[in-house]
Write a protein that binds this ligand. Structure first.
Ligand SMILES: Nc1ncnc2c1ncn2[C@@H]1O[C@H](COP(=O)(O)OP(=O)(O)OP(=O)(O)O)[C@@H](O)[C@H]1O
Ligand SMILES: [Mg+2]
Length: 316
């Protein structure tokens, strides 16, 4: 397929939520939400810790059943193991120590070939070479994972997601623990591949700015509500105040956008790798990838909003 998403706007949506509610235990993650993502769209998925970004992706994969409503992918109800979807999960820190070579690592994700290339058939090998080429990963193919930078490993993870020609990529926090330079190159890489293949991407992140020039629309989650639209439609004081359950200001400075609660920038607190003055280096791969769902890193902001109390604070 070599048509762009915009030219295909009449085609079936790649993802459709119809009156969807998502619940985990006692928690309402999403309440009666309807939205459509079109083929060829790059969607930035934002929202505070615990807003439900990961849960939404898992629901699209059929790993979390909807408590109500219907989720469709390319017109079909969700199902586990859907080959139309490529998924990069949020928790990836275990990768850093592995000696496996880049090419074998990519091949490990190929369906039915969990033992790497020596056992893969010709079709799988060709697909592995194709995705390595797509992500510019040829030079990484012979090197062990443990010797690659975070950004280089991210390339290979993206290659894995592209095996089998998916039409929808779910990338959960690909920028976590990358420095700003690597963040930029990962966003550019995903954008290029997405446009080249004409596929749709949901790309979750804690900050809007690294995605600003790449995204077509934003899906912002919070308080059990989802807002999908252009940056100008969604990143506004009324919409975000509703999602955060407290007054939010939006500031635009030199082409960057800052989402503020009082004098605190709400998107920033958990992933301080953008700030060199913070004492935690981002590269060590420590528990950032999963342990923060309760918003502990937002300590300075907590009198203003409680992201972990999502689902019950919609009555601003
Ligand atoms: N199995 C579970 N049972 C009950 N609650 C859960 C379960 N798994 C996750 N949660 C809660 O559901 C909410 C949504 O979690 P989710 O991981 O989807 O958020 P997120 O937006 O991806 O957050 P983060 O930015 O931290 O990755 C969180 O409050 C989390 O604590
Ligand atoms: Mg998450």
């Amino acid at each position: 397929m070599n048509v762009t998403g915009r030219a295909m706007s009449g085609a079936a949506p790649v993802l459709e939520l119809e009156n969807v509610s998502l619940e985990l235990g006692e928690r309402t993650i999403l309440r009666d939400t309807s939205l459509r993502v079109n083929q060829g769209e790059f969607i930035g998925v934002l929202g505070p810790n615990g807003a439900g970004k990961t849960t939404l992706m898992r629901a699209v994969l059929g790993l979390v059943p909807a408590a109500g409503g219907t989720i469709r992918v390319l017109g079909e109800p969700v199902m586990r193991g859907n080959p139309s979807i490529g998924y990069m999960p949020q928790t990836r820190s275990a990768l850093a120590g592995r000696r496996v070579r880049g090419r074998d690592f990519v091949a490990m994700a190929a369906d039915g070939h969990r033992w790497g290339l020596p056992h893969a058939d010709a079709k799988t090998r060709a697909d592995v070479e194709r995705v390595l080429e797509l992500v510019g990963g040829r030079a990484l193919a012979a090197r062990p994972l443990s010797e690659l930078s975070g950004g280089e490993r991210q390339r290979l993870l993206l290659a894995q997601c592209l095996l089998g020609n998916p039409k929808l990529l779910l990338l959960d926090e690909p920028l976590i623990s990358l420095d700003p330079h690597h963040q930029k190159s990962v966003v550019e890489l995903v954008r290029n591949v997405q446009q080249e293949l004409g596929i749709a991407v949901l790309f979750s992140a804690h900050e809007l700015n690294p995605l600003l020039h790449a995204l077509d629309r934003v899906l912002y989650l919070g308080s059990g509500v989802a807002a999908l639209g252009t940056v100008d439609e969604v990143i506004t004081r009324p919409v975000l105040s509703r999602l955060y359950g407290s007054p939010i200001d939006v500031m635009r400075v030199n082409g960057r956008i800052f989402v503020m609660s009082g004098d605190v920038e709400v998107e920033k607190h958990d992933h301080e790798h953008e700030d060199d003055h913070h004492h935690h280096g981002g590269e060590s791969g420590h528990a950032h990838s999963h342990g923060h769902a309760h918003g502990h890193a937002k300590g300075h902001a907590k009198t203003h909003h409680h992201p972990s109390h999502d689902g019950h604070t919609n009555d601003v």
